[in-house]
Every structure is written in structure tokens, then in C-alpha cells.
Design a protein around this ligand. Structure first.
Ligand code: GDD
Ligand code: MG
Length: 367
């Protein structure tokens, strides 16, 4: 079976992580975000992937290539202009053979695709939507089910007063090829608004997944939550196998008196100065330099960045090659762009974002 993955979105809420790179290749723990999706489909025996791009970013093709590093074979398809979720699928039509999977390209999950495909076959459905329970369905596609798993109603982005179930569409669908015939060519078409409603009572089923992990990683808060969940093994990923061999790469240099908590990763070539603390949910990227007496807590420091002595980093991301000078405090989802410099004694909190390459002079901000 083939898997079509949609990667058309801009990822604006993850800026500055997505200022210079498309969201699918934003680094998450130790690999590009899309690697998790590719390894997930591959773990269910699906190795033929069609990647539908609204715009074809060279950096994405360069980083993911033919997918072989992640156990799949990628065919790249680009829309002439963004066509919406169904329009993008239509553009990929010539590459699709029969029954296939369609996946939203922005979720971190270990849903049981094998079980969903089995249910799809058993019911003879035209389309089977993966369903997961969430606390607040308003940002998603709400799905009401009949007891036999047929979809009773699909409500994209429901109003609060329409919510009478916690089940939402998880963005993973098993589809028969006939669904492609329902999509007009050459225009913007939303699968959620134009296709699912037409399939209700006509072959649309839901497959309820419980006890599995599912998260849209589109905001800084969820990016950091996802990071910790991967490190702690709360979602099934290949990172868990890697961490079983040690959370600190043998080529990292760790000074005396450094405290390293559970659920962290210290990458190859990193250096950590004396008396520093690497707290739960933190990632010290490749060739990162951490000075003395630094505290990291749920903090991600990307490749090649430098964090000077006495800095405190909590719930924040430091971009690749960025420089955090001495005694800087970052917290509350502060995001520092790649190559930026935060001068000493700055304090950034409450979602402060520093543009890639920007320079904040010492003590300029108490945000
Ligand atoms: N190629 C391409 N072209 N991809 C697109 C386009 C497009 O024009 N528009 C959106 N996508 C991709 C996005 O990159 C994302 O991976 C996926 O399609 C879904 O689009 P989002 O914009 O992220 O939609 P959403 O998160 O608001 O809602 C969707 O996902 C929810 C689950 O996360 C819907 O499918 C909801 O029903 C669902 O609950
Ligand atoms: Mg989304």
C-alpha cells in the first residue's frame, strides 16, 4: 500500500524555527520531524510514500531525499499552487495505484495503522478516518459515530456548543481510489469540507484509536511537550532504541559535577561545563557548547549553539548556531532563531521570539 503525506502548510506558529526551514524538517530531538512519520508508516509495512508539497522547498528535498534513510521510498509531487487538502491529493492521482493511506503531515503519533487498515477491509468502507479523543475538539474535525463505526456526522472546526463527543479526526485516512473521482481537478478543494460530508452515510467509517499517542506539534508549547514525550518514551519512536544505548553520546564532553536527568539527549560533539544541570525534556544538540553553572529544563538547544555560563533556560528553544551569552534567562516558550545572539543579562519570557540572525545587546530586554 502507498501513503500520501500532505505537507503544504506554512508552520507560522513555530517561527522562528520555521522561518528558514519548512516545518517537516524542523529538528525534533535528533531527527527532522518528518522522519517520525516516515518511520511510523514504515513500521506498518508501508514503504511507498508520495509527498504532496504546496511548494517544493529545496531544503526539504535535500534533507529527506528519497527517504531511504528512514526506511521508505519518497516520490515528490508539487502542486502548481496550493490546492487544499483534497486538491493536493488530486494532483498526486497519477502516482496512486489502488487503496492508499492519506496522512496530514503535521502530527506526531504512533496510531495503529495496521488495525485501521484491517477495519477498513472488514467493513468494506470507501474511507476510514483515524479517530482519537482530545480534550478540546474545536481546532479539529469532530466526528460523530454510529455504534457500528459508520460516520454519522463530520464537523470541521466545530463551535463549542456543537461538541458532544471527544473524538476528532486524527489526520490519517485509509481511502479507496474511487475517492479521487469525487475531487474536481485544477482548483482548491478541502477534503474536510467538500469530501467527508459527501461520504457520510455513503461508505465513511471511523476507526477509534485509544491508548496511543497523538499530537499536532504546531506550537512551541507542543513542540517542547513532544520533545519530552519522545525522550520519555511516551510515544513509540526509534529514538527510544537509540536512548537505550545511552542518553549522552560518547563523543560529548561532560565536566565534573554535571547533573543529567532522565529523558534527555546530549548529542555528539557537545560540551557541558562544570556544575551545569541538564533537566528532563532537554536536548543538547550536536557540537553545542554549554558553559558552567547553566540550568536547562525542558530546553532544546540546536546544533552548534553556544550557551554561556550562568544562563537559565526553561521551556525554550535555542536555534542552530545561536549564541546565548552569560546569565541570560529564557523561559515560557521563548524561541531564539538560528544564528541569533542574545547578549548577557537579557531575560526573555512569555513567548518572546528572536528572529534568526538578530543581535540583542546585553541587558536590552526584561520581557
Ligand atoms: N500539499 C498541500 N497543499 N498540503 C496542504 C494544503 C495544501 O494546499 N493545505 C493543508 N495541507 C497540509 C498541511 O501541511 C497539514 O499537514 C495537513 O494538510 C492538514 O492541514 P492543516 O492546515 O494542518 O489542518 P488542521 O490541522 O487545521 O486540520 C486538519 O487536521 C486535523 C488533525 O490535526 C483537518 O484534517 C482536521 O479535520 C483534523 O482534525
Ligand atoms: Mg494541522
Amino acid at each position: 500500500m502507498q501513503a500520501v503525506i500532505l505537507v503544504g502548510g506554512q508552520g507560522t506558529r513555530l517561527r522562528p524555527l520555521t522561518t528558514n526551514r519548512p516545518k517537516p524538517i524542523v529538528p525534533l530531538v535528533d531527527r527532522p520531524f518528518m522522519a517520525y512519520m516516515l518511520e511510523w508508516v514504515a513500521s506498518h509495512g508501508i514503504t511507498d510514500v508520495v509527498m504532496c508539497c504546496g511548494f517544493l522547498a529545496d531544503s526539504m528535498v535535500q534533507e529527506l531525499g528519497d527517504g531511504s534513510r528512514w526506511g521508505v521510498n519518497i516520490t515528490w509531487v508539487q502542486e502548481p499552487e496550493p490546492r487544499g487538502t483534497a486538491g493536493a491529493l488530486k494532483v498526486a492521482e497519477e502516482h496512486l495505484d489502488g487503496r492508499f493511506l492519506m496522512l496530514n503531515g503535521d502530527v506526531l503519533t504512533d496510531l495503529d495503522l495496521t488495525a485501521q487498515i484491517a477495519q477498513h477491509e472488514a467493513t468494506g468502507a470507501t474511507g476510514t478516518l483515524a479517530l482519537v479523543p482530545v480534550e478540546d475538539p474545536t481546532a479539529y474535525g469532530l466526528v460523530r459515530l454510529h455504534p457500528d463505526n459508520r460516520v454519522d456526522e463530520f464537523l470541521e472546526k466545530p463551535d463549542p456548543d456543537e461538541i458532544d463527543t471527544d473524538l476528532i479526526s486524527a489526520g490519517a485516512y485509509v481511502l479507496e481510489r474511487s475517492v479521487l473521482d469525487m475531487i474536481p481537478a485544477d482548483r482548491m478543494v478541502s477534503i474536510e469540507r467538500e469530501v467527508w460530508p459527501r461520504l457520510v452515510e455513503d461508505g465513511l467509517y471511523g476507526c477509534v484509536h485509544r491508548g496511543r499517542y497523538w499530537m499536532d506539534i504546531g506550537t512551541p508549547q507542543r513542540y517542547l511537550e513532544g520533545t519530552e514525550d519522545i525522550l520519555a518514551g511516551r510515544v513509540r519512536t526509534r529514538v527510544t532504541e537509540r536512548l537505550a544505548h545511552g542518553a549522552v553520546d560518547p563523543s560529548a564532553t561532560v565536566a565534573d559535577g554535571v547533573a543529567i536527568a532522565d529523558a534527555v539527549l546530549v548529542e555528539a560533539g557537545a560540551t557541558i561545563g562544570a556544575r551545569s544541570t541538564i533537566g528532563t525534556g532537554s536536548v543538547v544538540g550536536r557540537d553545542v557548547t554549554i558553559g558552567e553553572d547553566v540550568i536547562l529544563e525542558h530546553a532544546v538547544v540546536l546544533e552548534g549553539a553556544t550557551v554561556a555560563a550562568g544562563a537559565r533556560l526553561r521551556d525554550c528553544v535555542v536555534g542552530a548556531g545561536a549564541v546565548i551569552e552569560g546569565h541570560v534567562h529564557l523561559s515560557e516558550y521563548a524561541m531564539v532563531g538560528d544564528g541569533a545572539t542574545v547578549g548577557e543579562h537579557n531575560a526573555l519570557a512569555r513567548g518572546a521570539r528572536v528572529t534568526p540572525g538578530a543581535v540583542l545587546p546585553p541587558g536590552a530586554l526584561r520581557f
